[in-house]
Design a protein around this ligand. Structure first.
Ligand SMILES: [Zn+2]
Length: 315
């Protein structure tokens, strides 16, 4: 490993440690499990929130088939194939994890909802590193990034269980310690929030600023847009249920909207080709903006000439 890489890693670890020391723990709110739509259809509790995960399975399986069937996506690097494979496995697994959680929403089932989502998320970061920074580093980062995501969830839930066992079952500290220690230091979503937050910021930024290897880069931004919309729908679960006269809730729409993320990425994979002129989206936008401005200035000067000619003739 080069000196620069070591320094980057040390700075990143230091930032993480400082962040964990200076910020308070974020416990999982129990209100999160109280969704707007509890309706039961065909014997399935919370039916629409369960069924609306089905598109994840469809797009996950389609993506996996197309990745391997005659190299439909024209993936030229081995690391890309591994990265997209992990991504589509994560997407397909969301269907099972999320459906399992929504059948009976609680903390222990939420682990299975979040785990596949985190795998999909982190593999996307690795794919981005392969495509835009360095193939070798990106390929080597697939496993560590996915592991970081898994550890963030293990830290939130399993460390809590372990300490709960030690504190309560061995009865060293009693109820007071259970509240003070477990409430303060465990049941902590900070690493998970970080794993979610970093890709949300890093992916659109890298998509805009870094020269791509392939065409159709704007699809990344469409995917990011749908993800943000999904987050808004999730936050307004009850309000949307009220607005739609109890037809559909915000959380059900969130699932459908989030499924559009892999749909757009699959469309991108199907359509794109190797970029011959490697330039960032920002540069492309700048060039088109300058062209638009030039055309407008030319049009305006043509108009002036026309007005000049007509006034000269009338004189
Ligand atoms: Zn959900």
């Amino acid at each position: 490993m080069r000196k620069r890489s070591i320094i980057t890693w040390l700075v990143a670890i230091l930032c993480f440690v400082v962040l964990m020391i200076v910020t308070p723990a974020i416990p999982q709110s129990q209100e999160y499990h109280d969704f707007a739509d509890h309706r039961k259809f065909l014997g399935i509790p919370n039916a629409l929130n369960v069924i609306s995960n089905f598109p994840f399975l469809v797009i996950g399986v389609i993506g996996l088939i197309l990745s391997y069937h005659g190299n439909y996506f024209r993936l030229s690097l081995q690391g890309e194939l591994w990265g997209w494979t992990v991504f589509y496995i994560g997407v397909a697994a969301v269907a099972f994890g999320s459906a399992y959680y929504h059948l009976k929403p609680n903390d222990s089932r939420l682990v299975w909802d979040r785990l596949p989502m985190t795998v999909a998320f982190t593999s996307i970061v690795a794919i981005f590193i392969i495509e835009r920074i360095d193939e070798r580093k990106g390929t080597a980062s697939i496993i560590p990034l996915v592991l970081a995501g898994v550890i963030s969830i293990v830290y939130w839930r399993q460390v809590y269980y372990f300490c709960y066992f030690v504190v309560c079952n061995l009865s060293i500290f009693g109820v007071l310690a259970q509240k003070l220690i477990l409430g303060r230091y465990f049941d902590d979503l900070r690493p998970y929030a970080l794993v979610q937050f970093v890709p949300v910021v890093a992916i659109p930024l890298m998509a805009i600023l870094m020269p791509p290897m392939y065409t159709h880069s704007t699809y990344w931004l469409w995917a990011a847009g749908f993800y943000l919309l999904a987050k808004v729908l999730e936050a307004e679960d009850k309000l949307i249920y009220k607005w739609t006269y109890h037809v559909v809730s915000g959380h059900t729409l969130k699932h459908l909207c989030a499924a559009m993320v892999p749909v757009f990425l699959t469309l991108m994979l199907a359509k794109r080709s190797i970029e011959t002129e490697r330039q960032s989206l920002l540069k492309t936008w700048k060039i088109s903006w300058v062209k638009v401005k030039e055309t407008r200035t030319n049009d305006e000067s043509c108009n002036y000439n026309f007005i000049d000619v007509s006034t000269t003739e009338s004189q």
